[in-house]
Design a protein around this ligand. Structure first.
Ligand SMILES: [Fe+2]
Length: 409
């Protein structure tokens, strides 16, 4: 079967590669309007995209064959509008309906492909990139590019710490198996709101302790204590990984228990404090105005670090933040110049707070529920977990997402 599909579909790796290089192609998305509104495939540059729900293309009375039906509709309504000089990628939620759409487009002599596995597969795609790979030390950036989520695996010899593991823990377990590593420590920078942490599950699977700051062991909206098994993190706490040392730095603001981790005074895992193009928002616990000033103080603390500190964030808002090396990582010195939020943090507190409060994107309701899941207050199965995590994170200030999602209030 795989051979038959060769040349007619793109897998998610191929899609990722094209999005990264900024290759020109056209997206023909046949999901329902609400699914499309909630989340689209985005590239390094804006992707030309249309949404035509598949059911609008079905003429069940006239055609027995679904491809014939799609072909008739597309021939009539879209033949003149779709590009003939670039590839068209047909997309649906799971990659099944869009396969017929791509076939119909090919019969109309378009260069069309199907996205295998659809947006579900794209949403769950992981990429693993080395930041540092030496005999002494390995740092890998493990990302979910469709969601803009970043996590890290730090290894010295066979000893490994995983920072902010994402939900699909098999990726970390497989890495450890392949390389003969032992996951000895699992750290979360904070109680996440945008995605379900893989931390507790990875700790349970490996026997490694899972650490979280105790302030984030309390759900900020429900004000209920977490029911997960975790060890307390505190400011200044250190962890040895082989010959290397990780120091926990308490940087409240995004959450009250928000942490950054400094490795060897040189590599800074910032979680949700400093991103590449932006900074994190302080309102996801429902207390933006009171948390913004402590966010300011925390950013000032991180800004005291040397210019050559390598910042590795917990999120990105756009693939455009990726460097030429395929990584979301940059030296603090450079970020002082290019990151608008950091520039504000270098100024006065009052202006910073006003800037923050005027730059808050919409507050996704599901984030409250995701925090409950991460605190162990609610348990969800795979389908619900995927539904909660649908779409790109909105953990940074609105500037990182363009004007469209800004809903400051
Ligand atoms: Fe966050």
């Amino acid at each position: 079967m795989a051979n038959q599909k060769e040349g007619t579909e793109w897998g998610v790796e191929a899609l990722h590669a094209r999005l990264e290089t900024g290759d020109e192609f056209f997206v023909f998305d046949v999901r329902n309007e609400d699914e499309f509104e909630a989340w689209q495939i985005e590239g390094r540059r804006p992707l030309p995209t249309v949404n035509v729900p598949y059911y609008e293309m079905l003429e069940v009375d006239e055609f027995d064959d679904v491809v014939d039906s799609f072909k008739a509709f597309l021939g009539q309504k879209w033949a003149e509008k779709l590009p003939r000089d670039k590839a068209i990628l047909a997309v649906c939620a799971k990659g099944d309906t869009s396969e017929f759409v791509a076939e119909a487009l090919r019969r109309l002599e378009f260069e069309a492909f199907n996205l295998a596995g659809g947006t579900a597969a794209w949403g769950d795609h992981y990429a693993i990139r080395p930041v540092v790979e030496s005999e002494e030390l390995t740092i890998l950036q493990v990302s979910r590019p469709a969601r803009g989520c970043l996590s890290y695996v730090v290894a010295s010899g066979e000893r490994v710490v995983v920072i902010d593991p994402l939900r699909h823990i098999d990726h970390y377990l497989e890495l450890a198996r392949e390389r003969g590593w032992k996951i000895e420590l699992v750290l979360d920078t904070h109680g996440h709101a945008d995605h379900i942490s893989g931390g507790p599950a990875l700790a349970a699977a490996t026997g490694a302790p899972y650490h979280l700051h105790p302030y984030d062991g309390i759900h900020p909206i429900d004000v209920l204590p977490a029911r997960i098994d975790y060890a307390y993190l505190r400011d200044g706490q250190t962890f040895e990984i082989g010959r290397h040392r990780v120091t926990a730095v308490h940087v409240p603001g995004h959450t009250l228990g928000n942490m950054a981790f400094l490795l060897d005074e040189r590599y800074l895992f910032t979680g949700d404090s400093i991103f590449i193009e932006s900074i994190s928002r302080p309102d996801l616990g429902g207390h933006g105005d009171t948390w913004a000033p402590i966010h300011f103080a925390s950013l000032r603390r991180l800004l005291e670090l040397p210019d050559d500190t390598l910042v590795m964030p917990g999120h990105f808002a756009s693939l455009a933040e990726e460097g030429d090396n395929g990584l979301f990582a940059a030296q603090l010195g450079g970020l002082r110049q290019r990151n608008g939020g950091l520039a504000m943090a270098a100024g006065g507190e009052e202006e910073f707070v006003a800037y923050i409060l005027a730059s808050l994107p919409k507050f996704p309701d599901e984030y409250i529920e995701i925090k409950r899941v991460n605190a162990g207050l609610v348990e969800v199965k795979e389908a619900k977990a995927s539904e909660l995590e649908l779409g790109k994170n909105i953990c940074a200030l609105a500037q990182a997402y363009g004007d469209g999602e800004s809903g400051a209030n």
